[in-house]
Write a protein that binds this ligand. Structure first.
Ligand code: VG1
Ligand code: CO
Length: 681
C-alpha cells in the first residue's frame, strides 16, 4: 500500500471552505464565515420519543477499575479508561454493522474506535485532520461525541464534522476520508441497525489489511484514550477549540456541490429540468441525501421543490428501509409507473452512496446503468471529455459493462463485491467508471460510489440527447436510451434474489457445499436436467433451501446449459498484489449465463444469501422481455443446484422424482411461512 501520510489530513475538496483558525484558549466557539445554514437550515435530528439521555448510556465506562488521568498535553486532559475485548467486532463488506442496541452497550463503539487508532501509524493521525460524517440515524448524536473525544484523546489535531453530524459517504470520501456513522441501506431506529465506516487513503474504504488489524486489536484492547472535553454543539457551523484540539462544524453540502459542478455541465442539466415536457422526481428516503437534494436539484438546477420527496433526514428514516430498490422505494416506483408519472425518477440510500434510476414506467438495472453511463460519458459529461481510462465492476454485476469496455477498447477489471476494491485501480490511473449491481455507481472523482453523481450522470445523458429538441418534439426518454444501448451491445438480463435473515450455520454450510460442487464440476458438463443424486446427504439447515424448494415447483422446465467454468471467485489486486479469496461461488455457462451465490457482509443479524442470475441476449427482438420471464430457465436451474443436498434435511429421505419432492415442499412451507425471497431486484 502507498504511504498513508497525510491521508487524514485536510486536502483537496474542502480546503476552500475551511479556514485555518488561529490558536486560542480552551473551548472557544468561532462562527464560520460561510453562510452554512443556507442548505439544511432547520434540519431536525429529532429529539423524539425514542431519544435517550446522553449521560445514561454513552459515556465511556471503565470495565474494571476507575479511570486514571494520564497526560494533559496542551490544555486537555486525557483519561485512560480500562476496558476489555468484545467479541465479533469484525468489519464486513463496508464498515462494522450491528443492531443499535449492541453499539449502545458499554464501550462497544469506544473499543472499536480506539482499536482503529491502535491500528494506524501514529504519524497518520497525530495532529492531523479527520472528517466525521453520518446519515442522521438514531444514535449518531451520541456516537459523534464519543468519536470526537476518543479522536482528541489519541492526538488528532482537528475534526471536521458535518452540521448535526450529517455528511454523506461520498462527501466524506471527497474530503479524503474519515468516519461515517451509518449502516448505509440498513434500517435505523432503536430496534434496528447502526454502523460505522472508516475511509482512509485518498478517501477510499479502509482495505482489509487495515480492517483485519482493527479486528485483531479489538480482541486485545485494554484501554481507551478519552479526552475530557464537554460535548460539542454540532447544531451550528463554527470552530470550537480545546487546547490544541479543534472541532469545526461545517456545512456538509457546499464543497460536495462544488465538486459536482466541476464534474458535470450544470447548465445543460438545468436546461433539461427547465423544460415543461420533462418531469423529475427524487426520493431521498428520509436519509442523508435529503440534506443534499434541495440545494443541488432545486436551488442550483432549478427542479421544482415538489420534485423532492421524503427530503428531510430522520433518525428512523420515517420508519422506512433506506434501500433504493423496487421493494423498499415502493412509493417512488408507484409514482413512476402511474399514468402521467414523471419522466425521470431516482432515489438514494441511507448514506447517499447508492442510487436507483427509473424512467417513465421503466426500471434501469444498476448493471445496465453503469454500462450506459460508461458508453455515454465522453460525450455527455465534461469530466470524461478525454474518455474514461478504464472500466470495472464487481464480480456479480452483469457483463453489460464488459461489452462497453470491449467496444471502446478500454481496460477492464472484475473485482470482488465492495467498493474498497476499486480504489487502488483509480489511484493507479487505470480506472474511471465502475459499478456494482447493488445500486452502486461511481467514478474516480472520489473513492466511493456516489448516488447523487449517478443521478446527475443520467440527467446529463438525457439532457445531452435532447439538447436540440424543440418544444413539442418528442424527447428521448430513459427507456429509449436503454433500449438503444441493448440494440447496440445486446442485453444482459439480470436479477438478484436476497434471502434475508437465514440461519448463519445453514447458510454457511450451503456455501461450503456449493464451493465443493464448483470445485468438482468440469467444463462441458450439461446442466438443465434435474440432477437428483439419491446418495447426497443433507448437511445444512438453511431457510434458503426451503424457499428454493418451493420455487423449484414453479420452474421445472429448465434450459440446456453447458458449463464453461465454476469456481469460488478469487481476486489478486493488480496494483498491490493483495489477494481476496472466497468471494462468491459462480457457475458460468458457455452462452455467458451465470449463476452466483454469496453471503452478504453487511447484515446485522443472521445471514443473508444473495443469488445472482444473468443471461445474455443478443437478439433485439427478444430484449423487451421481463427479466424474471427471460431468466426463468436459469432460475429453475439455480433452484436445482441449491437443492441437490438440501431437500433431504427435513425428512432425511432420498427423493428420486419430483412428485416426492413436491410432497415435502408443502410441509416446508408450513414450517417457515415464507414462500419467496425477501427482495428481488
Ligand atoms: C452490499 C452490496 C455491495 C455493496 C455493499 C455496501 O454488500 O452487495 O455491492 O458494496 O453492500 O453498500 P453485501 O456484502 O451485503 O452483499 V452500502 O451502500 O451498504 O455501503
Ligand atoms: Co450506502
Amino acid at each position: 500500500m502507498a504511504s498513508c501520510c497525510n491521508s487524514l489530513k485536510l486536502e483537496g475538496m474542502f480546503s476552500s471552505a475551511f479556514r485555518s483558525s488561529k490558536r486560542s484558549s480552551n473551548a472557544i466557539w468561532i462562527p464560520s464565515s460561510s453562510s452554512c445554514n443556507l442548505y439544511i437550515h432547520g434540519f431536525p435530528l429529532k429529539n423524539n420519543s425514542f431519544s435517550v439521555s446522553h449521560s445514561r448510556s454513552f459515556t465511556i465506562k471503565a470495565s474494571s477499575s476507575s479511570s486514571t488521568a494520564i497526560v494533559e498535553p496542551e490544555g486537555i486532559k486525557i483519561t485512560s479508561v480500562p476496558t476489555k475485548p468484545i467479541e465479533g467486532q469484525k468489519t464486513g463488506t463496508s464498515g462494522l454493522r450491528k443492531k443499535v442496541k449492541v453499539f449502545m452497550e458499554e464501550n462497544y463503539l469506544s473499543n472499536w474506535i480506539q482499536s482503529l487508532f491502535n491500528s494506524l501509524p501514529p504519524e497518520d493521525y497525530k495532529n492531523g485532520v479527520l472528517v466525521l460524517g453520518g446519515d442522521g440515524r438514531y444514535f449518531n448524536r451520541e456516537a459523534s461525541q464519543i468519536i470526537i473525544k476518543i479522536a482528541a484523546g489519541n492526538g488528532v489535531g482537528k475534526i471536521l464534522v458535518g452540521r448535526d453530524g450529517i455528511m454523506s459517504t461520498p462527501a466524506v470520501s471527497a474530503a479524503n476520508g474519515g468516519f461515517i456513522m451509518s449502516a448505509s441501506h440498513n434500517p435505523g431506529g432503536p430496534e434496528y441497525d447502526w454502523g460505522i465506516k472508516f475511509n482512509y487513503n485518498s478517501g477510499q474504504p479502509a482495505p482489509e489489511s487495515i480492517t483485519d488489524k482493527i479486528y485483531g486489536n479489538t480482541l486485545s484492547i485494554s484501554e481507551i484514550k478519552m479526552a475530557e472535553i464537554p460535548d460539542v454543539d454540532l447544531s451550528r457551523t463554527g470552530v470550537t477549540k480545546y487546547g490544541s484540539f479543534t472541532v469545526e462544524v461545517v456545512d456538509p453540502v457546499s464543497d460536495y456541490l462544488e465538486l459536482m459542478e466541476s464534474v458535470f455541465d450544470f447548465r445543460l442539466i438545468k436546461s433539461l429540468l427547465a423544460r415543461s415536457d420533462f418531469r423529475f422526481a427524487f426520493d431521498a428516503m428520509h436519509a442523508v441525501t435529503g440534506a443534499y437534494a434541495k440545494p443541488i436539484f432545486v436551488d442550483k438546477l432549478g427542479a421544482s421543490p415538489d420534485s423532492i420527496s421524503n427530503g428531510v433526514p430522520l433518525e428512523d428514516f420515517g420508519h422506512g428501509h433506506p434501500d433504493p430498490n423496487l421493494t423498499y422505494a415502493k412509493d417512488l416506483v408507484n409514482t413512476m409507473y402511474s399514468e402521467n408519472g414523471p419522466d425521470f425518477g431516482a432515489a438514494s440510500d441511507g448514506d447517499g452512496d447508492r442510487n436507483m434510476i427509473l424512467g417513465k414506467k421503466f426500471f434501469v438495472t444498476p448493471s445496465d446503468s453503469v454500462a450506459i453511463i460508461a458508453a455515454n460519458a465522453q460525450e455527455a459529461i465534461p469530466y470524461f471529455q478525454g474518455g474514461p481510462k478504464g472500466l470495472a465492476r464487481s464480480m456479480p454485476t452483469s457483463g453489460a459493462l464488459d461489452r462497453v469496455a470491449e467496444k471502446l477498447g478500454l481496460k477492464f477489471f472484475e473485482v470482488p463485491t465492495g467498493w474498497k476494491f476499486f480504489g487502488n485501480l483509480m489511484d493507479a490511473g487505470k480506472l474511471s467508471i465502475c459499478g456494482e449491481e447493488s445500486f452502486g455507481t461511481g467514478s474516480d472523482h472520489i473513492r466511493e460510489k456516489d448516488g447523487i453523481w449517478a443521478v446527475l450522470a443520467w440527467l446529463s445523458i438525457i439532457a445531452h440527447r435532447n439538447k436540440d429538441k424543440k418544444p413539442g418534439e418528442k424527447l428521448v426518454s430513459v427507456s429509449d436510451v436503454v433500449k438503444q444501448h441493448w440494440a447496440t451491445y445486446g442485453r444482459n438480463f439480470f436479477s438478484r434474489y436476497d434471502y434475508e435473515e437465514c440461519a448463519s450455520e445453514g447458510a454457511n454450510k450451503m456455501i461450503d457445499y456449493l464451493r465443493g460442487l464448483a470445485s468438482k464440476s468440469k467444463a462441458g458438463e450439461k446442466y438443465g436436467k434435474f440432477p437428483i443424486n439419491p446418495s447426497t446427504r443433507c448437511i445444512g439447515n438453511c431457510h434458503l433451501c426451503i424457499l428454493l424448494l418451493f420455487d423449484c415447483l414453479k420452474f421445472l422446465i429448465v434450459g440446456n446449459y453447458v458449463l464453461q467454468c465454476a469456481d469460488d471467485f478469487s481476486y489478486t489486486d493488480p496494483v498491490d498484489g493483495s489477494v481476496a479469496s472466497k468471494q462468491g461461488v459462480r457457475f458460468v455457462f458457455t452462452d455467458g449465463s451465470r449463476i452466483i451465490f454469496r453471503l452478504s457482509g453487511t447484515g446485522s443479524a443472521g445471514a443473508t444469501v444473495r443469488v445472482y442470475i444473468e443471461q445474455f441476449e443478443p437478439d433485439a427482438s427478444k430484449q423487451d422481455m421481463d427479466a424474471q420471464v427471460a431468466l426463468k430457465p436459469l432460475i429453475g436451474m439455480l433452484v436445482i443446484i441449491s437443492t441437490i443436498y438440501s431437500f433431504r434435511q427435513f425428512t432425511n429421505k432420498s427423493y428420486g422424482c419430483i412428485s416426492d419432492l413436491a410432497l415435502s415442499v408443502s410441509k416446508l412451507k408450513d414450517f417457515t411461512g415464507r414462500e419467496k425471497p425477501t427482495v428481488i431486484t
